[in-house]
Design a protein around this ligand. Structure first.
Ligand code: F6R
Length: 613
């Protein structure tokens, strides 16, 4: 939430900042702004709305500068408007800041600063922080990095910040706590950003700041990192491995559509080196390295948010059915505050696309404090969750830029299915023949996803039929109950149609009251095990004149006779069915949202990386 980018070096900063902000726009798009230091002028241009609006505005002004910073905002304190947009100034206008996170004690600090004569222009917590830095700097006569460091010791909350001082024009100071910040190191130039995407065309060498670290980068190519407790650190470097094409739309109208269509490849990429159909095995190095812990685990607790939580729910079915390990699935935001009973025989698996979700990170922290072994299933390489966990696996889905998660969900399912199968075999809860047969079938899933994608036009036609609806219901059973939740989430978040997912049998305990001829009811009806039961559920919907859109297995005749629309998917083993049944639901949401004129990549009020709780 909120994207930060900054540059110091010999190049013009403005084009780097604007390109970087466009890459980071997925993190928030309530407002955008840049600060550019040129000679003695600190020029700040900021506007409510998206980065394109900022560009049209700033293009009329002087943007010359070789040091600057930019911000794209997801509003927390203060409504989205030009004044609350970042960057913010100190009282005497010589310092400027961009910030991602929340300063929780801002109110007390603000009152204290007001008593010292500070006057605030915006409603933001960020402006309080820059006034505090100014006050520390002025009262103690400190260089910028020291003033920032000491001010941060007085802060409660989360921050990734970049600060520039017009009186010290050859340096940028940055710091982080619970919000990500990466420093790109070039030849006599530095790039700072919330993630690596604004940096990769300029340098591959980066260092990720850890919590409570302050970095100062200088125009002469030197830099230092300290903790806010004033301890000098030796930075460790990493080398980025992201292809720029992955950050472009590549001919698709939206990133979301591109990402939906990438899934045959991203699922294969996730399996690469971890699944061998000819030899009939699947394994993950990091599970192997900790195999005793996994084999002896009393239970597994999945912690996650949103779509990643839905992947955890599917995993509950997989791990319990195959590996016979008791599983709980927790919203990270609830888990972290409810004093859970945990011990060293528990394994906590955190699932996150971004690897930055604040609640999931806090849940990991808590689980570690209670002695549990914490494993991460993450997409973004080098992210905070990937670094905070004891061990873990990347899903290798590549950058997911559309705010609605698609390929990360199927990547998470792929990884968790491999894990469950492998552990089940190792524990002896499934027979070798069955294991091998499942591995072979699993290896065909990318082709089956491809086949499902080929039904895109038909799904677009069905979207036309529901585009005018105000509500929708999604029903599924067993492995496909979490998929129903996910389908409903996809529809509501990008098309703004109110949608709810339910276990199909729960419908008659309440939601059935909503069903009438206006209500589309999407039923995932592929399960072999509960087929007759789901047929009955469809009949119950039809008896109340609901419009049924059924996801069925290829060749199904019975449901075709009852449903208003059917979408066929290839036949797969039930344990793999979420990987395929999720696809038509993603496409249905996408087309419905496009037909309703919504910006599917940047739905209102949302941001991709939720770094505030
Ligand atoms: C929905 C969506 C969100 C995320 C949630 C967790 O399409 O994308 O619900 O799944 O914010 O994010 P991560 O997986 O990055 O922890």
């Amino acid at each position: 939430m909120c994207g930060i980018v900054a540059y110091i070096g010999e190049r013009q900063a403005y084009p780097i900042l604007i390109k970087g902000l466009k890459r980071l726009e997925y993190r928030g798009y309530d407002s955008a702004g840049v600060a550019l230091l040129h000679q003695d002028n600190l020029n700040i241009y900021k506007k409510k709305g998206k980065v394109d609006g900022l560009v049209s505005f700033a293009d009329d002004f002087d943007t010359t500068s070789t040091i600057g910073m930019g911000h794209t905002r997801w509003a927390t304190h203060g409504e989205p408007n030009d004044i609350n947009a970042h960057p913010h100034f100190s009282g005497d206008d010589h310092l400027t800041i961009v910030h991602n996170g929340i300063i929780e004690n801002y109110d007390i600090l603000k009152q204290a600063l007001e008593q010292q004569g500070h006057v605030f222009k915006s409603d933001t917590d960020t402006e309080v922080l820059i006034h505090l830095i100014e006050e520390v700097q002025r009262s103690q006569g400190l260089v910028l990095e020291e003033a920032v460091r000491i001010a941060l010791t007085k802060i409660v909350g989360a921050y990734a910040i970049v600060v520039i001082d017009k009186k010290e024009p050859n340096k940028i100071v940055a710091a982080r706590k619970s919000s990500p910040l990466v420093v790109g190191i070039g030849e006599n130039e530095f790039f700072l950003a919330s993630d690596a995407t604004p940096i990769i065309e300029y340098t591959k060498k980066v260092t990720y700041l850890n919590d409570e670290e302050v970095a100062v980068v200088h125009r002469d190519g030197t830099f230092q990192i300290k903790t806010i407790q004033n301890e000098e650190l030796t930075p460790s470097f990493q080398y980025l491995d992201i292809q720029i094409e992955l950050l472009e739309k590549g001919g698709y109208d939206y990133f979301m559509l591109k990402e939906i269509f990438q899934q045959p490849k991203t699922v294969s990429d996730c399996m690469r080196g971890r699944l061998n159909a000819e030899e009939g095995w699947t394994k993950l190095g990091s599970v192997e390295n900790n195999i005793e812990k996994f084999l002896q685990a009393n239970r597994i607790i999945f912690v996650a948010c949103g779509t990643s939580w839905h992947a955890g729910l599917v995993a509950e079915y997989l791990f319990e059915e195959l590996a016979r390990i008791p599983v709980e699935v927790e919203y990270a935001s609830e888990f972290r505050y409810r004093n859970p009973v945990l011990n060293e025989n528990d394994i906590v698996i955190a699932i996150s696309q971004s690897g930055e979700t604040a609640d999931t990170l806090a849940a990991i922290q808590l689980a570690k404090e209670r002695g549990a072994f914490v494993y991460g299933v993450v997409n973004v390489v080098g992210s905070s969750i990937a670094r905070a966990t004891d061990s873990g696996s990347y899903i290798h889905a590549g950058p997911e830029i559309g705010v609605a998660s698609t390929k990360a969900f199927t990547g998470q399912l792929t990884l968790l299915t491999m894990m469950a199968l492998n552990l089940a075999y190792r524990k002896g809860t499934i027979a070798k023949d069955f294991y091998r047969q499942m591995v072979v079938e699993f290896s065909t899933i990318p082709d089956k996803i491809q086949q499902t994608l080929e039904d895109n036009n038909h799904i677009e036609f069905i979207a036309e039929q529901i585009r005018g609806s105000e509500n929708a219901l999604y029903l599924g059973r067993g492995y496909n109950f979490p998929v129903a939740l996910e389908g409903a989430l996809k529809l509501k978040e990008i098309s703004y149609i109110h949608a709810e997912g339910y276990p199909a049998a729960e419908m008659k305990h309440g939601p059935i009251a909503l069903i009438d001829e206006m209500m589309p009811v999407v039923v995932i009806a592929t399960n072999k095990s509960a087929y007759e039961k789901i047929v009955s559920n469809i009949q119950e919907v039809k008896a109340r004149k609901g419009r049924v859109i059924a996801i069925v297995t290829e060749g199904d005749k019975q449901i075709r006779k009852m449903a208003d629309f059917v979408i066929e998917i290839p036949e797969v083993e039930e344990i793999f069915s979420p990987l395929v049944s999720a696809i038509p639901l993603q496409l249905l949401s996408y087309h419905t949202a496009v037909m309703r004129g919504c910006n599917v990549d940047q739905p209102r009020n949302l941001a991709k990386s939720v770094t505030v709780e």
